[in-house]
Ligand binder design. Structure first.
Ligand SMILES: Cc1cc2nc3c(=O)[nH]c(=O)nc-3n(C[C@H](O)[C@H](O)[C@H](O)COP(=O)(O)OP(=O)(O)OC[C@H]3O[C@@H](n4cnc5c(N)ncnc54)[C@H](O)[C@@H]3O)c2cc1C
Length: 360
């Protein structure tokens, strides 16, 4: 995946998953110059297939993205490998700095960098993630149907998660782990659906012959299970936006941290949009792609408004100082906006954070 990056774009898209690529597709088809910069770590990389996505059900996640990149390129969009480490304002636009020292300038930013799933620190759990340690009944539920499932409680949604998995298998137990055991109505619901509650802390996930054998409790018991379902703490990947004053905030349902935005993906920072898991922690691939497409369309509309305003100004006063300055600015292009911009940003925003090559 590596297109040569230009200095200037209409839109820079941070993240080339479903959200970012669909946003870029809409923009490229609208004849916007667009660059997708992607660090190559989509959230569902450990999964064997993308499920629940109409007409693409079960497709290899890597193949889906490869097709998406080809579609963006087909319309002239650029897709480049790289990690964005900072974004800052550069006069009436933005500059985007990469870890390898490159920088691009863009009039608008679409952030579609996804999220990080934080698992409880239990030995053996992370190694099986995306295989027989799962989080989502819609992503993997059919694949684990009728198997012995242990739902590991990590927060207040654990009972809900257990009831969801009970729809898929008659053999579900809820391990309360570090959470208070369900009481009252919730305890009754679990009992009525035949979901046993195992109290006590889980010490490890044990495997045998490349399968989960069970959950070892701190008191020594082994709870035999084939599959572990666990809610992760989901944290939007957005540290590179700090220079714009845009920070992830706590999700109202206690699921993690996200970047708030309106229904179009517009953030509180003018010119910066978000789509996919960075703002919607629960979005699956289809929803992430749809949000990216919607944000791409809104960004195009926003640029049309700006282009039209500038055209009207120039039309009214063709030889004003402002319109000539703007023309000079456009002619100078990105020459001034490459590494110089990155170095200036480093000095201004984060003294000492970047060395002379722009590396952190
Ligand atoms: C194990 C697992 C299985 C799943 N299975 C399914 C399924 O079957 N069906 C389904 O619909 N959903 C599934 N999901 C959910 C799915 O992964 C998300 O819905 C989807 O990935 C969200 O797309 P996105 O574009 O928002 O983020 P991502 O797909 O995570 O893409 C974000 C991209 O941004 C890049 N990036 C991050 N930071 C930077 C940076 N600083 N600079 C440049 N690039 C950056 C990342 O490398 C990544 O490529 C699964 C999730 C998990 C964890």
């Amino acid at each position: 995946m590596n297109d040569q990056l230009k200095d200037d774009y209409d839109v820079a898209v941070v993240g080339g998953g479903a959200a970012g690529l669909n946003g870029a597709l809409m923009l490229a088809r609208s004849r916007r110059s667009v660059a997708v910069i992607d660090s190559g770590a989509p959230r569902n990389a450990p999964a064997a297939g993308v499920h629940g996505l109409l007409a693409r059900d079960g497709m290899d996640p890597a193949e889906l993205l490869e097709r998406g990149r080809a579609e963006v390129r087909h319309y002239g969009g650029h897709v480049a490998a790289g990690e964005v480490i900072c974004v800052w304002r550069d006069r009436d636009a933005f500059a985007v700095g990469l870890a390898d020292g490159r920088a691009v300038r863009a009039r608008r930013i679409l952030v579609a960098a996804g999220l990080v799933d934080e698992l409880p620190d239990i030995p053996g759990l992370a190694q099986r993630w995306g295989n027989d340690v799962v989080h989502c009944p819609y992503c993997h539920g059919w694949e684990v149907r009728d198997r012995a499932i242990g739902v590991l409680a990590t927060g207040p949604m654990a009972v809900h998660q257990a009831l969801l998995f009970r729809q898929l298998s008659p053999s579900v137990v809820l391990l309360s782990h570090t959470q208070p055991p369900p009481a009252g109505e919730q305890a009754e619901q679990l009992a009525a659906r035949g979901i046993r509650v195992v109290e006590g802390e889980v010490a490890a996930v044990e495997t045998a012959e490349d399968r989960i054998a069970g959950l070892r409790m701190t008191d020594g018991r082994l709870i035999a299970r084939e599959v572990v379902a666990v809610g992760t703490r989901m944290r939007a990947r957005a540290g590179f936006l700090a220079g714009l004053g845009l920070h992830p905030v706590a999700h109202p349902m206690g699921m993690g941290e996200y970047i708030p935005a309106d229904t179009d993906g517009r953030t509180e920072v003018d010119g910066v949009w978000v789509a996919g898991n960075t703002t919607d922690l629960l979005a699956q691939v289809g929803a992430a792609a749809a949000a990216g497409a919607a944000a791409g369309a809104r960004i195009n509309a926003d640029l049309i408004t700006e282009d039209t305003r500038l055209a009207v100004e120039a039309y009214r006063v063709p030889f004003s100082a402002e319109s000539e300055a703007r023309l000079r600015e456009q002619a100078a292009g990105g020459a001034r906006h490459g590494l110089d911009g990155l170095a200036r940003h480093a000095e201004r925003e984060e003294p000492g954070a970047l060395d002379r090559s722009g590396r952190a």
